[in-house]
Design a protein around this ligand. Structure first.
Ligand code: SAM
Length: 398
C-alpha cells in the first residue's frame, strides 16, 4: 500500500536529507551485487549514522513528530512503572533504560521513584542514536538537574547487570527479515524478501523495490519452524525478528539479579502468524499516519514490526531467563494502580484533568494501546511476585 497522497510533504531540507540516505542505501545495494536483505535496509533507514530516522535530528516523538509513545502521553505511565520498580530498587538499586527516546520516561520515572523514596543509585541509558542521546542529556539536565549525579549513558550492553532493565518500544524498532512462504512452507521453500534498486537504466520510475531470494541459514531454519508450527496459507508473508530474539537472549548472560521489562506491541506466535494476517505486521509512521510502504522517504519515517513474544521467550529461556509475567499494557498499568492514581486527579478542579483522563484512556483502552501493547517480564533471582502481573497474567498464551 502506497501512503496516501494527502500526507504532508516534507520541507526541502528534509527531502534533501532523505535523498542522501537513499543514495547511501543504493550504494550499499550496488556494492552487494544488486540486492540487500530487508533487515539491512531497515537497519540503514533507521540507524545509518547522521542520516537514519533515529540517528538524525528529526523530532520523532510526540505531537510534533511521527508517533506518540506511552511515556509521552502522560507521567501516569512512569508512575505505574515506579510501583513495579521500587521493590527491585531495595535489592538491586540500578536501572538501565534501553532506547530512551526523548528522555521523557527517565525524567518521570526518576521523579516518581524519588517520591517513593526508592531512587536508584545509577540510572543508565543505552541509546544507539547519538542525536537522541544529546536530546536526552539536555532534557534530563533541564528537568531533574538535582539527580544528574545518578544518570549515566552507556555505549553498549554491560557485561554484567543487576537491577531493572526497561525497554519501551525498543524491540519493535529492531530490524526484521521479511519472508514469503509461497506454498505455506509445505514444500520446504521459503523466500526472503529483500530490496533492490528498480531499473538503473532509467526506463521506469527509479526507486527501491522488493525482490525475493531463497532464504538461507538461520532465517530458513526459523521460517520452516514457523511453518511447521502454524498453518500458513500459500503466498503468506510475514516477519521474523532474529535481532530482537538475540538481544533478549543476550540478557541471559548479562543479568545477574533483577528484572527485564519489555513493553511493546505484539502477540504470541500463534496470533502473530494467524492465517488471515497474510501480509505481516510491518508498518511505517509518518506524521501520525500509519501506512505500509517502507520505501517511502527513507530517513523521514519510522519503520516497525510487531513483536512475536513467543519467539522472545523461546530465545530467552534457554539463555537462563525466567518468564515472570506476560500481560496486556492495560492490565499491567491497572495492577500497578493506574485507576487509583487517576481518581483523585479526576475529582479535582485541575484544568489538566481532562487531558489526564484522555491520556489514561489511550493507555488502557482496548482499541488504543491497552490490548495491543504487552508487557513481558523476564528475570533472575527475584523471589517476590510482581505487582504488574498480579491479575490477568497471560503467560500461558505464549
Ligand atoms: C520507538 S523508539 C522508543 C523510544 C522510547 N523508549 C519511548 O518509548 O518513547 C525506539 C528507540 O529504541 C532505540 N533502539 C533501537 N534498537 C536499539 C538497540 N539495539 N539498543 C539500544 N537502543 C535501541 C532507538 O534508537 C529509539 O530510541
Amino acid at each position: 500500500m502506497r501512503p496516501d497522497s494527502a500526507l504532508p510533504s516534507p520541507a526541502p531540507d528534509a527531502l534533501a536529507h532523505s535523498r542522501k540516505l537513499t543514495a547511501l542505501i543504493r550504494e550499499r545495494i550496488e556494492a552487494a551485487g544488486g540486492w540487500i536483505s530487508f533487515a539491512d535496509f531497515m537497519e540503514m533507514a533507521l540507524y545509518a549514522p547522521a542520516l537514519g530516522y533515529y540517528a538524525a535530528g528529526a523530532t520523532n516523538f510526540g505531537q510534533a513528530g511521527d508517533f506518540t509513545t506511552a511515556p509521552e502521553l502522560s507521567p501516569l505511565f512512569a508512575q505505574c512503572l515506579a510501583i513495579e520498580a521500587a521493590p527491585i530498587m531495595a535489592i538491586a538499586p540500578a536501572i538501565l533504560e534501553v532506547g530512551a527516546g526523548s528522555g521523557r520516561l527517565a525524567v518521570d520515572l526518576l521523579r516518581a521513584l524519588e517520591t517513593l523514596n526508592a531512587l536508584p543509585e545509577r540510572y543508565e541509558i543505552l541509546e544507539i542514536s547519538a542525536d537522541l542521546r544529546a536530546r536526552q542529556q539536555e532534557k534530563l539536565a533541564l528537568e531533574i538537574p538535582h539527580l544528574s549525579g545518578r544518570i549515566f549513558w552507556r555505549d553498549g550492553l554491560p557485561e554484567r547487570f543487576s537491577g531493572l532493565v526497561l525497554a519501551n518500544e525498543v524491540l519493535d524498532a529492531m530490524p526484521v527479515s521479511c519472508v514469503l512462504w509461497p506454498e505455506g512452507g509445505r514444500d520446504g521453500v521459503v523466500l526472503e524478501r529483500g530490496v533492490t534498486w528498480q531499473n538503473p537504466k532509467g526506463q521506469e520510475p527509479e526507486g527501491f523495490v522488493w525482490q525475493t531470494r531463497p532464504a538461507t541459514d538461520r532465517l530458513l531454519e526459523a521460517a520452516l519452524a514457523i511453518a511447521e508450527r502454524y498453518p500458513l496459507p500459500s503466498g503468506y508473508m510475514s516477519e521474523v525478528g532474529l535481532p530482537a530474539s538475540d538481544w533478549s537472549a543476550a540478557w541471559g548472560g548479562i543479568l545477574e539479579r533483577g528484572l527485564l521489562l519489555l513493553i511493546d506491541y505484539g502477540f504470541p506466535g500463534r496470533e502473530y502468524y494467524l492465517p488471515e494476517r497474510r501480509e505481516g505486521t510491518l508498518f511505517c509512521h509518518y506524521r501520525h499516519r500509519a501506512h505500509a510502504d517502507p520505501f517511502f522517504l527513507p530517513g523521514l519515517q519510522d519503520i516497525t514490526a510487531h513483536v512475536d513474544f513467543t519467539a522472545i521467550i523461546e530465545a530467552a529461556y534457554p539463555a537462563g531467563l525466567e518468564l515472570l509475567g506476560y500481560t496486556s499494557q492495560a492490565r499491567f498499568l491497572i495492577n500497578c494502580g493506574l485507576l487509583s492514581r487517576l481518581s483523585p486527579q479526576l475529582a479535582s478542579d485541575d484544568p489538566a484533568r481532562f487531558q489526564t483522563a484522555a491520556a489514561a484512556r489511550k493507555l488502557i483502552e482496548p482499541h488504543e494501546m491497552g490490548e495491543i501493547f504487552k508487557v513481558m517480564a523476564l528475570g533472575k533471582g527475584l523471589a517476590a511476585p510482581l505487582i504488574g502481573f498480579s491479575s490477568g497474567d497471560k503467560s500461558h498464551t505464549l
